[in-house]
Design a protein around this ligand. Structure first.
Ligand SMILES: Cc1cc2nc3c(=O)[nH]c(=O)nc-3n(C[C@H](O)[C@H](O)[C@H](O)COP(=O)(O)O)c2cc1C
Ligand code: SF4
Ligand code: SF4
Length: 296
């Protein structure tokens, strides 16, 4: 780390990938917090950066932040593609923010590949943090849980900005055993998550509106002779699945990935909630620590 001081930081570039909105919310909150500190902030979706061939001056930013959801204990492909496109630099301070269904030690090694890829290009990661607002796969959180996690996330972001600007180091380290175990799982899982689009089927209810084609972040969906086709360039982000107005897209094998009903985190947060206690038995294991302990 190069020794950061708030008075030296004028501009922040935040690049993020979000499939279903959670990471985007965190990125927005970070932007607001930095603006309050009177910094110049650019917020850029990685998919847009990739489309423009990353036509921007990275050197302009005093620090950069990279954010994405945790997919299969690792990194979505588009994030790797984005890092590949970054220019080589002679030392640039970077922070990483991730969102996950669970803030737990099993996820603490998820950003290790990013740190390695960035390091090879001259970017030093000095800070990482995992947030949780809700889970977009397998088990949907209770709405009240989501609202409370969001509230805790907002508070942690205030804390994070202060730590970032003071140049505090924060990198997750777990024991060697867990690191090796999760590293092996990630190595096996990563290629599977890239081809998961091949498991998608489209039912007859499809009205060929083209929304899935237009919104896929990596151009992995095509309409060919009126039929929707998925390629091998998937991020497993589930955006297409939840955005389809007809609910026509489904998994054939990995049916359990989709949460029941719809997934729309913004809609949940727009509702004020009734302050009722979260439903016992549907509270994720990390919940109490996350809500009550600032450090988590
Ligand atoms: C295919 C898939 C794999 C996931 N893998 C993990 C995981 O390994 N650990 C975890 O805690 N959450 C996992 N999640 C949950 C997401 O990381 C989490 O809901 C995230 O906040 C979604 O962010 P987004 O809305 O910005 O896409 C996974 C979600 C999907 C769709
Ligand atoms: S978004 Fe749904 S309805 Fe529209 S083209 Fe895609 S699968 Fe068909
Ligand atoms: S095909 Fe669907 S899940 Fe895969 S990257 Fe595109 S939008 Fe995401």
């Amino acid at each position: 780390m190069m020794g950061i001081h708030a008075d030296r930081i004028r501009s922040v570039g935040i690049f993020y990938f979000s499939g279903t909105g959670n990471t985007e919310m965190v990125a927005d909150l970070l932007k607001k917090e930095f603006i309050q500190q009177e910094l110049q902030v650019d917020l850029i979706r990685m998919e847009d950066g990739l489309k423009n061939g990353l036509d921007m001056n990275i050197g302009y930013y005093d620090i950069i932040g990279l954010g994405s959801q945790i997919i299969g204990y690792g990194v979505p492909k588009i994030v790797h593609d984005f890092i590949r496109l970054l220019p080589k630099v002679d030392g640039k301070d970077v922070f990483i923010f991730r969102t996950a269904g669970g803030v737990a030690p099993v996820n603490y090694n998820a950003s290790k590949p990013m740190i390695k890829w960035l390091g090879k290009k001259g970017y030093q990661v000095y800070y990482e943090r995992i947030f949780s607002i809700s889970s977009n796969w397998i088990a949907k959180f209770d709405d009240e849980v989501t609202r409370q996690l969001y509230k805790a996330t907002k508070e942690k972001i205030g804390l994070m900005c202060g730590e970032l600007l003071r140049g505090e180091r924060r990198i997750y380290i777990t024991g060697l055993g867990l690191r090796l175990k999760m590293g092996s799982i990630r190595t096996i899982a990563s290629p599977i998550f890239q081809i998961i689009g091949k498991d998608y089927g489209v039912s007859k209810t499809c009205v060929r509106c083209g929304l899935c084609v237009k919104t896929c972040p990596s151009g992995n969906i095509r309409m060919k002779k009126g039929t929707i086709k998925f390629g091998f360039n998937c991020n497993s982000c589930m955006r297409c699945l939840y955005i389809c107005p007809q609910k026509s897209i489904h998994f054939r094998l990995f049916k359990f990935f989709r949460v029941p009903g719809e997934y729309n985190v913004k809609k949940i947060l727009e509702q004020p909630g009734n302050g009722a206690p979260c439903i016992e038995g549907r509270i994720p294991p990390f919940f109490h620590k996350y809500v009550h302990e600032k450090e988590m």
